[in-house]
Ligand binder design. Sequence first.
Ligand code: NDP
Length: 246
Amino acid sequence: MTDGIAGKVVVITGASSGLGEATARRLARDGARLVLGARRLERLQALAEELALDGDAAVQTDVTRFEQVQHLVDRAVQLHGRIDVIVNNAGLMPHSPLERGKVQDWERMIDVNLKGVLYGIAAALPHMKARRSGHIINVSSVAGHKVRPGSAVYAATKTAVRVISEGLRQEVKPYDIRTTVISPGAVQSELPGSITEPDVAEGIRSFYESTAIPAGSFANMVAFAMSQPDDVDINEILFRPTRQEI
Ligand code: NDP
């Protein structure tokens, strides 16, 4: 059990794999009360069972649908009477050069990585404002700090998440709500699997194989931000594998 985590009611989007799943494992170990969202319900249910969460803690959620994100947050409030933390983590990274015109991939990134985060904020904020307490944790990326060929749209969504997080930070001061944006470098997960162009996927896969660190590294950052005293707000975290150059 860790101070600042035990007993907190935490909603995690994209909890069915990768960073979200690792965060659920870590926070469950530290005594948080979790409500998990993603589209793959069987995986969420298996995780919820393994972590001995409440029966209703796994909620099938497509973050591109506001009413589903609202339902996810409402479930936390129904089960535990409040929401203390939301980790807006769901995302995908179908990199490709702009000249290939992968319009559907662009739309999915904007819908999930950007609008999904906004929907999480919209769903959680009224509850947090009413209690004058809460913590909104958004997931950006190293790509939110620098763009490279092939990553323009992904980097745009992740830059937008940082900008929104900073705007939110200033706006929620009157309500004592904390805001953290976390920008990871290469971390082991299913993320490279979201790339639809085979040649691009191959390059990213070999980069991840040589560079990526375990997803627990991200979970540690979430735990660090959450476990600070209430009057300490960790606004931004940028971390990379030690061996990652770019
Ligand atoms: P994964 O592919 O392993 O996990 C992505 C998660 O997002 C899954 O749980 C997936 O669940 C969920 N998801 C995708 N689309 C939707 C949707 N429409 N509605 C709800 N959930 C959705 O990748 P990561 O764990 O790596 O990604 C998590 C976050 O971390 C992303 O925002 C990513 O951009 C960010 N990130 C990751 C880095 C890395 O190196 N791994 C580096 C920098 C940032 P399901 O398919 O079941 O819906």
